[in-house]
Unconditional design. Structure first.
Length: 522
């Protein structure tokens, strides 16, 4: 249909009016956006400058670009600062990890309402953690570890409902763990280790259904381990070590099949280790209940933990024999069973060594302060070269050192003190070139000190007192330039006096070595 000029004019006028309205509205939107952006800019920039003002030392100059001069960088380009791509001039990340900063955190940090990551680990920040952090409802990662923060954990941090990682370990925080932390439903890592926190572990932590790491070690926490922690079915690491926890470990906790690491050492816990531990914790690579009051025997089911690398059961009240099948744990690196009542004091107590030759990654074996008797099996010479430390002191082991001990070329520490060993010090021992500490005191070794010990040039500690050694002190020991503490006896070759490190301590007692030098003089 053809429009008349009258209708056409009316239509043009209407279109023109609408266009003007649209243009004016568009301009208004732009102006509003600019004003809003300016407001955001001034708010976030002011908060950053307030943060800088709280820093008293900046040895690496990381904050040197943080200023509001007209010729300076835009604050989104300041070192350690990241802004949102979607929301211009809104700070989303502050990452100043390991920058040597000294000072405190300004409470204005709470004005950075778009902040998702605040990472300030490994600095020298002090003072209290600002309560204003509770305003950062978008915050996902808070890292304040390895600083010197004091005071309590802010209770309103539980308002940061999007938190995924919370790490405020290695500070000087006091007080109790806020119950509200148990309602941060997105939390996967909670690390409060190495503070001075006290009180009980909140049962509400059992609500953290996404938690993979719960690390509360090295504090002053008391009371029992809450059974609610067994609800954490995704938990991989549980570290409650070095607290004052008491009572028995909830049996349901041993059913967390997701656990890869369990450390309860240095508490006041009691009870026995479940006989089926090797089936209920199949993924565990670190198991430590050391320095508690556990009783009973070592479960043979440990052999089913094919991923186990660290087994620490020392300083408890465990009895009985060591399961022979521990050698099935081929991934084992550290085996510490010291300070118990293991062994019978008779032959065959150490037969389990025969199976340990399968543990090709073994680095440390400690059986100190038990009741192990019998002789040291010859299979010890077949342990892998990775073995760095062998502690067998304070037992009832007798007989000589097996032939082939020189095969353990990785040994840095070899401790046989306070046993009933007899025979001579094997001459092949000089092949242990990495040896730093050699302690054979309080045994019944006889014969002379091999001059070949002088080849152990890395050795810092040599203990041979209270034996039945005879002959001369080898002048070759003068080549052991690092020796610090010696317990030898007999005459003193002049080369020994030339060791500057011996100015600290030298004990020459309780053997039967003659007091003459090799040339016959006193």
């Amino acid at each position: 249909m053809k429009l008349s000029p009258q209708h056409s004019g009316l239509n043009f006028s209407t279109i023109l009016s609408c266009s003007l309205i649209f243009i004016i509205s568009f301009i208004s939107i732009i102006v509003m956006d600019v004003n809003c952006t300016d407001d955001n800019k001034s708010t976030d920039q002011f908060a950053l400058l307030a943060f800088k003002k709280g820093i008293t030392e900046d040895p690496l100059g990381v904050l040197s670009t943080w200023n509001n001069n007209n010729n300076s960088f835009h604050f989104c380009e300041w070192r350690g600062v990241t802004c949102s791509l979607r929301h211009r001039s809104r700070v989303t990340v502050i990452d100043l990890d390991s920058q040597g900063l000294v000072g405190s955190i300004s409470p204005y940090i709470g004005n950075l309402s778009f902040l998702k990551d605040l990472i300030l680990n490994k600095n020298s920040l002090s003072g209290e953690i600002p309560q204003q952090l509770g305003h950062l409802f978008r915050l996902k990662r808070l890292g304040l570890a390895n600083n010197s923060f004091e005071g309590q954990i802010p209770h309103n941090i539980s308002r940061c409902s999007n938190l995924i990682h919370l790490n405020i370990s290695r500070n000087h925080l006091v007080g109790s763990i806020p119950n509200g932390l148990g309602y941060l439903s997105n939390l996967t890592i909670l690390d409060l280790k190495d503070n001075n926190l006290s009180g009980e572990i909140p049962t509400s932590l059992g609500n953290l259904s996404s938690l993979t790491h719960l690390i509360l070690g090295v504090n002053n926490l008391e009371g029992i381990i809450p059974g609610s922690l067994s609800q954490l079915t995704t938990l991989k690491v549980l570290d409650l070590a070095m607290n004052k926890l008491s009572g028995m470990v909830p049996s349901s906790l041993y059913n967390l099949s997701s656990l890869t690491g369990l450390s309860l050492m240095f508490n006041q816990l009691h009870g026995s280790i479940p006989f089926d531990i090797g089936f209920t914790l199949p993924n565990t690579n670190h198991f430590s209940v050391a320095i508690n009051n556990f009783t009973g025997t070592i479960p043979s089911s440990f052999s089913n933990l094919t991923k186990l690398e660290i087994l620490q059961l020392q300083n408890n009240n465990l009895v009985g024999s060591v399961p022979y099948n521990l050698g099935d744990i081929k991934s084992l690196k550290i085996l510490n069973l010291g300070g118990n009542d293991l062994g019978s004091g008779h032959a065959n107590d150490l037969n389990f060594f025969d199976s340990l030759i399968n543990c090709t990654n073994l680095n440390l074996i400690s059986l100190v302060e038990n009741n192990f008797g019998g002789t040291l099996p010859s299979s010890i010479a077949n342990l892998m070269i990775k073995l760095g430390a062998l502690y067998l002191s304070n037992n009832q082991i007798y007989g000589g050192i097996p032939a082939g001990i020189q095969n353990l070329v990785g040994l840095t520490t070899f401790i046989l003190a306070h046993n009933l060993f007899t025979g001579s010090i094997p001459p092949g021992i000089e092949e242990l070139q990495n040896l730093v500490k050699l302690d054979f005191r309080h045994n019944r070794f006889s014969g002379s000190i091999p001059s070949s010990l002088g080849n152990l040039t890395r050795m810092t500690h040599l203990h041979l007192m209270y034996n039945e050694l005879t002959g001369l002190i080898p002048s070759s020991l003068g080549y052991c330039k690092s020796l610090q503490t010696n317990r030898l006896s007999g005459n003193i070759p002049k080369q020994i006096f030339e060791l500057p490190s011996l100015s600290r301590f030298l004990n020459l007692a309780n053997n039967s070595i003659n007091w003459f030098t090799p040339n016959g003089s006193l």
